[in-house]
Write a protein that binds this ligand. Structure first.
Ligand code: SF4
Ligand code: SF4
Length: 106
C-alpha cells in the first residue's frame, strides 16, 4: 500500500486497527483526571476518557454500530482525514493512521 491513500476508500478503511479509541471523549489535561479511567493520547495535553464512550460504540467489539450512517446520525462524529492523522493530538499513538502517516510505520 502506498503512502497516499484516498480517504473514504476501502484501502483507507483498512488502515484502521479497530481499537475504538477515537470513539471515546477526549479531554485536555487541565480537566480533572482523578477517578477517571484514561488512555494517553499522542499529545501529552490530551487524554482519552475510557469511561465516556460514544453511545454508538459497541465497547465489546470496539466497532461502531452505525458506521455507514455515522456522519448523519452522530453530531460529534467526523471523518478522519490525513490532516487528523498528522496533527490531531487527541488520537492515540497506536492508531493505525497515526502510525502510518505520522510515524511512517507500515
Ligand atoms: S458514531 Fe460511530 S464512528 Fe462515530 S464516534 Fe460514535 S462510535 Fe465512533
Ligand atoms: S483510533 Fe485509529 S485505529 Fe483506533 S479505531 Fe480510531 S481510527 Fe481506527
Amino acid at each position: 500500500m502506498s503512502f497516499w491513500v484516498w480517504p473514504g476508500s476501502r484501502a483507507w478503511d483498512r488502515i484502521c486497527l479497530r481499537c475504538g479509541l477515537c470513539c471515546y471523549e477526549k479531554h485536555h489535561t487541565f480537566v480533572r483526571r482523578r477517578g477517571k479511567n484514561i488512555f494517553p493520547a499522542v499529545s501529552p495535553r490530551y487524554y482519552i476518557a475510557l469511561d465516556e464512550p460514544c453511545p454508538h460504540l459497541d465497547c465489546e467489539k470496539k466497532l461502531c454500530r452505525i458506521y455507514p450512517d455515522r456522519l448523519r446520525q452522530c453530531r460529534d462524529c467526523g471523518r478522519l482525514t490525513i490532516f487528523h492523522a498528522l496533527f490531531a493530538g487527541y488520537l492515540p499513538a497506536r492508531c493505525g493512521y497515526v502510525k502510518k502517516f505520522r510515524f511512517g510505520v507500515k
